[in-house]
Design a protein around this ligand. Structure first.
Ligand code: PHE
Length: 451
């Protein structure tokens, strides 16, 4: 089985896979979410916990999830059925695939709304809508999210673009787009960091907020958020990287490529933090001001720097594209399953799964304005979906993946698929069988107040 191909196609090369998987990992999670949750959770200590989770939990599970995908060569649901039969295990494992499909669609429903904000900002940047005054910049943002019409419009536009890329399948377009996108995004972020250095608050406030840990700032929920974010930012626990792994040629080293991808993802997040926090402090803004953080800070930089118009337009275009390369991986498990099990064409599968996600996204858009009073557990629809997916479903999914790869699959099959030198295999095996699942479990116990 290890040498067969997926019916959906295959990446044209190792490099193409790295680009696509980096495209899935790098997205709004790095540039929009990481800075604002770091701001809400007190900075350095949170960043340290997040980095620890990436290393000890995220990377081993990412290797496991990719490996399972390549061995199963199908949508996550069918991959899990096949692999559990191969291992002589209970067939109910395929429900893990179902949880992933649902998590992916739930995430995409709000992801698309936020990507819609970024799209709206492309237009604002283009028409010179940014100023160097923090209050004016905030007013622009407040006006946008108060408008259900605008949010629904941009969310709809983003969903249409996402689904039309997904329709074209694995190699068409996607590979090429990412090839240009990633390096440019990187250069632009460096430029923003360089600008942040000129604000005077770079080292003493910005960098120290990000890197000086103060553990009194952190509680159980912050640890859960940091761990959940490690899953979210790497795109783990819901089958995205599993389905990408299923299109991976057999001779590519999974461990090595995973390290590149996780490394690039982490660097982009840290650069985003280094660009944003100096601006937050230099302009007397609140680091914990929530999901609007980058939309209330970066425009100030674009509004004041030389060439800011051009960089502003470019930055938001790239942010939308980075979101796009993540959103297609969020819906791919659902699409692949509809094609495999329901005999749908890719076009039909994309439309069906896209419409459901789009409808839910409309509720998310309303939760920022006309439905902002509708709350469950004190959370709006947006907050609830974010908490449910990033903090609960992804870590639970990741935990099950670690258990499956570490304890259920036959050791020989895993070794074959990873083809690692013995020492390295042993390290991974310990991480995936013990360290990762036990850590996730302890964090949950901690949040429940048991540990
Ligand atoms: N990793 C993406 C980001 O950081 C989001 C994502 C989550 C993608 C889960 C795939 C799966 O923006």
């Amino acid at each position: 089985m290890a040498n067969t191909k997926s019916i959906h196609g295959e990446w044209s090369s190792r490099f193409a896979y790295i680009l696509a998987a980096t495209g899935s990992a790098v997205g709004l999670g790095n540039i929009w979410k990481f800075p604002y949750i770091t701001g809400e959770n007190g900075g350095g200590a949170f960043v340290l916990v997040y980095l620890g989770c990436v290393l000890a939990i995220g990377i081993p599970i990412m290797i496991a999830e990719t490996m399972m995908g390549r061995r199963g060569r199908q949508s996550p649901i069918n991959t899990l059925s096949t692999l559990s039969i191969e291992a002589g295990a209970d067939k109910n494992w395929h429900y893990l695939g179902w949880m992933g499909v649902i998590a992916g669609m739930l995430i995409l429903s709000y992801y698309s709304v936020i990507a819609g904000w970024a799209s709206a900002y492309v237009i604002k940047a283009f028409f010179g809508g940014f100023s160097s005054d923090a209050l004016e910049v905030k007013a622009v943002f407040d006006e946008l999210i108060a408008s259900p019409k605008q949010l629904v419009f941009w969310h709809t536009a983003f969903m249409i673009v996402t689904m039309s890329v997904v329709m074209r399948g694995v190699n068409g377009g996607l590979e090429k787009a990412v090839r240009f996108l990633m390096p440019t995004l990187f250069v632009l972020l460096m430029l923003l960091v360089a600008y942040a250095m000129t604000t005077g608050e770079f080292y003493f406030k910005g960098i120290s907020f990000l890197f000086d840990p103060d553990f009194s700032e952190i509680d159980g929920d912050a640890v859960l958020t940091a761990m959940g974010h490690a899953f979210f930012t790497l795109g783990l626990g819901m089958g995205a990287i599993m389905v990408y792994g299923s299109y991976l040629p057999s001779d590519v080293s999974i461990a090595k490529t995973t390290l590149y991808i996780a490394g690039a993802d982490t660097i982009v997040a840290l650069l985003a933090g280094m660009a944003i926090f100096p601006l937050v402090f230099a302009n007397g803004l609140e680091p914990g001001s929530g999901p609007g953080l980058i939309f209330q800070t970066l425009p100030i930089a674009f509004g004041s720097m030389m060439g800011g118009w051009l960089f502003g337009v470019l930055f938001f275009v790239l942010l939308v594209l980075a979101a796009l390369t993540s959103s297609i991986s969020l819906i791919e498990p659902a699409v692949a399953w509809l094609v495999e099990n329901k005999g749908f064409s890719r076009v039909k599968a994309s439309i069906v799964s896209g419409c459901g996600t789009w409808l839910l996204g409309i509720c998310v858009a309303f939760s920022f304005n006309i439905w902002s009073d509708i709350k469950l557990f004190d959370k709006t629809i947006f907050d609830l979906l974010d908490y449910l997916t990033a903090n609960l479903m992804l870590p639970i999914g990741g935990f099950c993946i670690a258990v499956f790869a570490g304890w259920i699959m036959k050791q020989k099959h895993v070794e074959d698929e990873l083809s690692l030198p013995e020492e390295q295999f042993k390290i991974w095996k310990i991480l995936v069988s013990y360290v990762a699942p036990i850590s996730v479990f302890l964090v949950f116990l901690h949040v429940l107040g048991i540990f």
